[in-house]
Design a protein around this ligand. Structure first.
Ligand SMILES: C[S@@+](CC[C@H](N)C(=O)[O-])C[C@H]1O[C@@H](n2cnc3c(N)ncnc32)[C@H](O)[C@@H]1O
Length: 241
């Protein structure tokens, strides 16, 4: 997968490298089948109480290049990994259920849906996962199912409008490239100004700024050297103020 500056192993965003002659998009059923065939159920090291359909060195998707995936209509599979920022944020929510209990929660840039699933496990009244990669719809549905929770999904780019009417926004590992990181931060600041509780989980990626943020927790999150520069990433959870 392509690198992004000092976050060497973070892949480029979905659709960035899709060739001009795109293959026919996979149907929802085909996406679900692809995920089941190319991942295995695993417990992320930092949130072992959750199970997710993830890729690792013994799943076939691990060996496919970005080009090979694009040829079969699969954008870079962010959803196949539990990123350090998401793992930290999910851990925080599971350990501090009062933050989300009875609240309407948005998991922004949800990927596998790890954070949204954690919020539902912690007692959120409603969970909406948002990710611009359509593949996440299938991955998140499977991951919600296996953890016996329900979450809604939208592939709409929520950054194009004011933040939605929710009580809490959780954003895991969204500062891996610019201008996305800056755009998300401004949007989250707008949500905060409207009274929404905003929590971010991030292993201090290149474009993550702590300016205006208050640290809530710090974790040593086990990841994989296939994706990251270190096998263990120091990862924080922050809020505004
Ligand atoms: C590094 S992954 C993090 C996934 C998950 N939060 C986690 O921590 O495991 C970043 C995700 O951001 C998503 N993304 C990028 N731009 C987005 C946007 N404008 N709206 C929603 N999701 C976006 C990507 O598709 C990808 O799934």
């Amino acid at each position: 997968m392509e690198a992004a500056r000092s976050d060497r192993r973070i892949p480029s965003p979905p659709l960035a490298d899709v060739p001009e002659s795109r293959p026919t998009p996979l149907s929802a059923t085909e996406r679900r089948a692809f995920i089941l065939a190319n991942t295995r159920l695993q417990r992320p090291p930092h949130t072992p109480e959750l199970q997710l359909h993830l890729a690792d060195e013994i799943t076939p998707i691990w060996r496919l290049t970005e080009e090979a995936l694009a040829e079969i209509g699969v954008p870079p599979p962010f959803w196949a990994f539990a990123w350090a920022g998401g793992q930290a944020l999910a851990r925080y929510v599971l350990d501090h259920p009062q933050v989300v209990r009875g609240q309407r929660v948005l998991d922004f840039a949800a990927g596998s849906g790890l954070v949204g699933v954690a919020a539902m496990k912690a007692g959120a009244s409603h969970g909406l996962c948002a990710d611009i990669d359509d593949f996440c719809a299938a991955a998140i549905a499977l991951n919600a199912e296996v953890n016996a929770v329900r979450v809604a999904f939208t592939a709409e780019n929520l950054l194009d409008a004011p933040p939605p009417d929710v009580d809490v926004i959780l954003a895991g590992d969204i500062s891996y490239e610019n201008p996305l990181a800056g755009r998300v931060r401004a949007w989250l600041a707008e949500a905060h100004a409207r009274g929404v509780m905003v929590l971010m989980g991030d292993p201090r990626r290149s474009y993550f700024s702590t300016q205006g943020l208050r640290p809530l927790a710090e974790y040593e999150v086990q990841t994989t050297r296939e994706l990251e520069d270190f096998a263990v990433k120091r990862t924080g959870v922050w809020t505004f103020g």
